[in-house]
Design a protein. Structure first.
Ligand code: ADP
Ligand code: MG
Length: 445
């Protein structure tokens, strides 16, 4: 059984109930727990902060690898930092681990500044991109290497600790084996066991799957999630793979050029991206640029023959927007990130001045997006006559590439259409990522 606790005290045993050896998605039976957010059982806003970045900047010469970052990782949270290569993810992790010191700002653990604290005294376990197991040591000795600075927690012997950890990472009985005899995924699990050996407060993983093939990656990410759940250990996970980020995390921080541009649960990041960058980086998207076509708003009733437009039970305005030569009706206002289910998104929105809460007026510039699965063939609303350029068969679905008014669109369909096709979308499925008021615009409508 997975009975290893990070501190040996058993204090986190409540989370054992969520363990699942097969790594099946976590099911939140324990939604009565005041420290979680109900539906998904993730650590909620009431949970104390484990790791905090307070205005952290890390410069290498002219490059700000990390640029004025504020964030708070909650205790027990699986927190993922995702972004394209070179955006500063590894630097973030090195700042948490203590391998780098901030040029500016503070890193805090449980509220205390850890500036002067060396890595080995920070109670963090680190797993690097390339599994760095010692080939001349056995699996057990590699795990035991994690105990070079400290005795095993919980008063157990070294051997007991090693065996328990190998059990935890689903490699029981491999202690005497050569790392070379293991698969890539198994070696990464040994590296995780080694990082966990001293019972750290925080587990840091830097693209631990990047050397593995797709199938192993999917399996390992479920195993990592399961291990994290069973220990309830605060985890900061770095990846450039947005699908991986969405699938394992309690919350995701999206980075771009050293800045954090959105912090929110996976569903929010996907459904309510805080900016065009996030909309295009996380999953496929269709981005439209347009201009609000008429002063004022069209009521839901007018635009849809009496059907009320709701977004999670809220009335939402439908606004006509001219895109190329077509006027499209889009939902506006009800789906603002400010109203989304976590606090981080609103901050990112404000920082970018996208102004969802403002009233759209004629002439305002708007950028909105519609997911491929929300573009539907022969849908009555927002009809776009498009040409089929090609299709990629992906197994469960087919990604169809279209051109409409000189712009590329992507659609997911079971049966790919050929030639020309008319697609449409529900105004509610349009999500505004930028809204720029026209210069000197007069009153509100
Ligand atoms: P990521 O992990 O997201 O790919 P990194 O944190 O490794 O990004 O790097 C962010 C930026 O900082 C990059 O422009 C990179 O070239 C630069 N950088 C990272 N480490 C160093 C270093 N030790 N010296 C100089 N520049 C660095
Ligand atoms: Mg990196």
């Amino acid at each position: 059984m997975r009975s290893v606790t990070t501190d040996g005290s058993g204090a986190r045993d409540d989370r054992e109930a969520h363990d699942d050896r097969d790594g099946a998605p976590y099911s939140p039976e324990a939604s009565g727990d005041a420290t979680t957010d109900g539906e998904f059982g993730r650590p909620g806003p009431n949970v104390p902060t484990a790791v905090e970045f307070d205005g952290v900047t890390k410069r290498y010469g002219e490059t700000a690898a990390v640029d004025s970052v504020d964030l708070a990782v909650r205790e027990g949270e699986f927190f993922t930092v995702v972004g394209p290569s070179g955006c500063g993810k590894t630097t973030m992790l090195r700042l948490v681990a203590g391998f780098e010191a901030p040029t500016d700002g503070r890193v805090r653990f449980g509220g205390s500044d850890v500036s002067g604290v060396p890595p080995e005294a920070r109670d963090v376990g680190v797993v690097f991109q390339n599994y760095a197991l010692f080939p001349h040591l056995t699996v057990g000795e590699n795990v035991g290497y994690g105990l070079r600075f400290s005795a095993p927690p919980g008063g157990v012997s070294r051997e007991e600790r090693i065996d328990a950890l190998l059990e935890l990472v689903d490699l029981p009985g491999t202690s005497g084996r050569d790392p070379d005899s293991l698969s890539g995924g198994q070696r990464q699990r040994v590296a995780i066991a080694r990082a966990l050996a001293p019972g750290p407060d925080v587990l840091l993983l830097d693209e631990p799957m990047s050397a593995l093939d797709a199938r192993l990656r999917e399996r390992l990410r479920l195993q990592v999630r399961s291990i994290q759940r069973s220990l309830g250990i605060t985890t900061v996970y770095v990846t450039h793979d947005q699908e991986e980020a969405l699938s394992v995390s309690d919350r995701v921080a999206v980075m771009r050029d050293g800045s954090v541009v959105q912090v929110a649960p996976p569903r929010t990041v996907y459904r309510r991206p805080a900016s065009r960058f996030v909309a295009e980086f996380v999953g496929d998207n269709n981005v439209f640029e347009g201009v609000v076509a008429a002063r004022g708003t069209v009521s839901a009733a007018e635009s849809e023959g009496g059907e009320t437009v709701n977004d999670d039970g809220d009335e939402q305005r439908v606004v006509p927007v001219a895109v190329h030569d077509t006027t499209l009706a889009i939902g506006f206002g009800g789906g603002s990130p400010e109203r989304a289910d976590d606090e981080g998104a609103a901050t990112a929105t404000d920082a970018h001045g996208t102004g969802w809460s403002s009233t759209p007026r004629a002439g305002d510039r708007v950028v909105f997006c519609v997911r491929p699965q929300h573009l539907q063939v022969d849908r009555a609303q927002n009809r776009l006559r498009a040409d089929v350029e090609g299709a990629e068969f992906l197994g469960e679905t087919t990604r169809v590439h279209l051109t409409w008014s000189g712009q590329q669109l992507v659609l997911s369909a079971e049966e790919p259409p050929a030639g020309a096709v008319t697609v449409g979308f529900d105004p509610r499925d349009a999500h505004v990522v930028e809204h720029t008021a026209t210069d000197g615009g007069a009153d509100t409508s």
